[in-house]
Write a protein that binds this ligand. Structure first.
Ligand SMILES: [Zn+2]
Length: 410
């Protein structure tokens, strides 16, 4: 008995293909991703997360313009001073995604691993030597270098995110294609044997899916931010550093002697009026005697930035609340003194973590982090003003007390 004639074979394969396509078009989207078992599903998720971490920890090309050397690890926030100042037993707490628990956690890490990223080569890491040696941020150049370092880390993170989304999309398509391939094979006539020697080139299945669309959209969003916001910002601050001037990037520096026990380096968005969102690089750096709050954005936003920081000077409680807002709603690249976190109740911790993890905006409910500091500040303000408390200060203090009460008793 011979094999069927070629024409028949092709007709039968085409029929199998048609039936598979038809069946696939009718499948619910969630059923397109079909893992063999739960452990395979976990392995795939691990693989995607691992890839994200691996990329983050491997060496890359130096970020300095036209440099092709390999990177070494460097700190965004100095280890020797700001991180050390807020550490306990050399530890700080920070938001980190837990692979095991598959969710964001606030975990303790050693300061030697805090804010580390492979951004520059040995030679260009030396640009920051001045910053590393100095125990404060006295001059403009040091402050500009800190901003340059912060924006470089944001660029690195964005590239990491884009790479990871690309990888996730690939893995997703592989899984969908595999399912398609299996369905097709099961429908083929028995005399057609698919093995490793035959490549199923035609099984690229191209039904548009929500997941694929979402991954692509996320990737494009991130690319847009990288190319239109982050990279141009770094160019501008580089120019200012070279000229040792404030020409493109306006900077506000607030230094205070209130010991806010955190460090932050990240992006925050200021929305002073409708349809105006101001992109800013923010740094909160704790040094021995004072805390520096540095904000940087384009010179054209000077007016808005001044208005914003004027409020810090007028009302330190406002400043404290704003830093909490940056940590909870804007940037997850921050480090906190462990005991400050430990003192919060579990339900308050959960609320904060949930908010840091989501991209949701301010919900109207105040989430607080610096409880003891707030209590001390209220006490000092009351003692200093004794019986002569101004109506304005009284209303500020009352508001803070109410906020705390609501938060702590919920
Ligand atoms: Zn370099």
């Amino acid at each position: 008995m011979g094999l069927p004639k070629n024409k028949i074979i092709i007709a039968e394969i085409n029929d199998a293909l048609d039936r598979t396509l038809e069946e696939f078009a009718a499948i619910n989207e969630e059923d397109l991703v079909d893992f063999d078992n739960e452990s395979e599903q976990i392995r795939t998720l691990y693989d995607i997360m691992n890839n994200f971490g691996k990329w983050r920890h491997s060496t890359h090309q130096c970020m300095y313009k036209n440099c092709s050397n390999e990177t070494i690890k460097s700190h965004t926030i100095q280890k020797s001073e700001p991180l050390l100042q807020i550490s306990e037993n050399n530890k700080v707490v920070t938001p980190e995604y837990s692979l095991k628990k598959k969710k964001l956690e606030i975990t303790a890490i050693n300061i030697k691993n805090a804010s580390v990223f492979p951004g520059f080569c040995i030679e260009h890491e030396r640009i920051f030597d001045k910053l590393e040696i100095s125990k404060d941020l006295q001059n403009l150049q040091n402050i500009q270098l800190q901003i340059y370092r912060s924006i470089s880390r944001e660029i690195f993170s964005k590239q990491n995110m884009i790479e990871s989304l690309e990888y996730s999309k690939q893995r997703y398509l592989e899984i969908v294609n595999r399912k398609f391939e299996r369905k097709l094979v099961s429908k083929l006539p028995s005399y057609v044997k698919i093995d490793k020697s035959i490549e199923l080139k035609s099984t690229k299945y191209s039904r548009k899916t929500y997941i694929e669309d979402e991954l692509t959209r996320e990737m494009n969003n991130n690319k847009f931010i990288l190319n239109n916001i982050l990279l141009p910002f770094r160019d501008k601050i580089s120019k200012d550093i070279k000229k040792n001037k404030v020409q493109n990037i306006y900077i506000t520096v607030t230094n205070i002697d209130i010991h806010i026990p955190c460090c932050l380096s990240g992006i925050i968005t200021l929305s002073p009026k409708k349809n105006l969102n101001i992109f800013m690089i923010a740094n909160v750096l704790h040094y021995q005697d004072q805390v520096y709050i540095i904000l940087a954005s384009y010179v054209k936003y000077k007016k808005w930035m001044d208005l914003y920081t004027d409020r810090f000077h007028a009302n330190p409680f406002y400043m404290l609340s704003e830093i909490e807002n940056w940590m909870i709603y804007h940037s997850d690249h921050w480090f906190l003194k462990p005991s400050v976190w430990d003192e919060l109740s579990n339900s308050n911790k959960e609320k904060i973590i949930e908010q840091v993890d989501s991209n949701n905006q301010y919900s109207g409910k105040d989430l607080l982090i610096f409880i003891d500091l707030r209590k001390d500040m209220i006490k000092i303000a009351e003692e200093e003003s004794k019986n002569n408390i101004s109506p304005l200060l009284k209303s500020i203090l009352d508001k803070e007390k109410t906020k705390m009460e609501l938060f702590l008793n919920e």
